[in-house]
Design a protein around this ligand. Structure first.
Ligand code: CA
Length: 373
């Protein structure tokens, strides 16, 4: 083919691809459909993203930087996102508000921080005894994408569009300086454990204490708190928690797979040409894949370091977990009772969880139970 013909054919090809995208879709989930792409503008968009994470915080903060980098490259510099860590532009917990009113075009965090704004929000990150990373992704974008539809519905009144931003995987149950053998061992236990899980612990007789991340190590080491949860081996080792407590408990019943989010101001999103909207969405799915992979890769490596340091791994007894699950059901009933939207999301989440657990037990659980090392 002559060079001139090639250029001509390639140029025609772009138009051809655009109409194919619009005409044919073999995916049942509307959210994954690629709309007709029109490249009709060279306008450059310079956006700001505020986050609940510390700047460059391993995986969490890094994933925001990656999104910005990938979007910049994929858009050939037409969409530029400047990432700000918690406190640089706005306090971390202002992320939702700041993006909702359009002070920032984007935000990054996790929906369970916005429970006070919308009681339906926590289901899109993690609720105690909830779904794991694989299951929640199936709820969000598998099938007809029921979970993601609901998520968009919950955020729409706030002028926000949620995008997927990864998952931590099942977290660890936390660091303890005494053994937990029966539910009585939770009586009076002072533990740093936030959100709904904190409420569950209190119903089980413990005390949920709020401690900023910078003070967790000292508070645990000095006995101001008896226990703490954090994330998993990678982040926990970096905080030095293996030097402040002896027992490392599993599983993280309170965070069975925390889904993370990007927030986009709806008006800012609408102002983007269709190709940039798709680039942003596709880049967020790339982040979704990277975050879980990075968590698992690093946790595997750092678990080795933690075990070498003399930490004793313990499993919560089944009786203790059963009581915590009962208390969780009470907490979730109370949370959703007065909010119709939360009730609707809870119903969808629960129905999906029950169904998929039968399948997961038959396959994933059986696989894990039969790993031959
Ligand atoms: Ca955690």
């Amino acid at each position: 083919m002559k060079r001139k013909d090639f250029i001509k054919k390639t140029a025609l090809g772009i138009t051809g691809i655009a109409s194919i995208g619009a005409a044919v879709s073999s995916c049942k989930n509307e959210a994954l459909e690629v709309p007709k792409i029109n490249i009709n503008s060279n306008k450059v968009f310079n956006w700001r993203m505020t986050t609940v994470w510390g700047k460059n915080f391993p995986v969490f903060g890094e994933s925001c930087n990656l999104l910005a980098e990938w979007v910049h490259k994929m858009s050939a510099g037409r969409l530029n996102i400047k990432v700000f860590g918690a406190g640089e532009l706005a306090p971390g917990l202002q992320t939702f508000y700041s993006t909702s009113v359009g002070t920032t075009e984007m935000g990054a965090g996790a929906s369970y921080y916005w429970q006070g704004i919308s009681p339906a929000a926590p289901f899109f990150t993690a609720v105690p005894f909830g779904m794991n990373a694989q299951q929640i992704l199936a709820w969000l974008i598998g099938g007809e994408g029921e979970g993601y539809q609901l998520w968009k519905e919950v955020y729409a009144p706030f002028n926000l569009l949620p995008l997927l931003a990864g998952n931590s995987g099942v977290q660890m149950g936390g660091w303890f300086n005494k053994e937990i053998n029966t539910i009585a061992d939770l009586e009076g236990l002072k533990m740093r454990i936030p959100g709904l899980a904190g409420k569950v612990l209190e119903k089980a007789g413990g005390a949920a204490i709020t401690v900023p991340s910078g003070e967790i190590y000292t508070n645990l080491e000095r006995g101001v708190i008896d226990a703490t949860e954090w994330v998993g081996p990678y982040h926990d080792y970096k905080l030095g928690l293996n030097k402040a407590a002896k027992y490392y408990y599993t599983p993280g019943w309170h965070e069975t797979g925390s889904q993370l989010e990007f927030l986009v101001n709806k008006k800012a999103h609408d102002s983007l040409p269709s190709d940039l909207q798709e680039i942003l969405f596709t880049a967020s799915l790339r982040v979704q894949a990277w975050v879980l992979a990075e968590f698992d890769a690093q946790n595997g490596a750092y678990l080795e370091k933690i075990l070498e340091s003399g930490t004793v791994i313990k499993q919560f007894p089944e009786d203790v977990l059963r009581v915590l699950k009962e208390k969780t059901d009470e907490v979730l009933e109370e949370l959703t009772a007065s909010d119709p939207m939360a009730k609707k999301v809870y119903a969808s989440y629960n129905a999906f969880r029950k169904k998929i657990n039968v399948w997961s037990e038959l396959t994933e659980k059986s696989f894990y139970n039969n790993i031959v090392r």
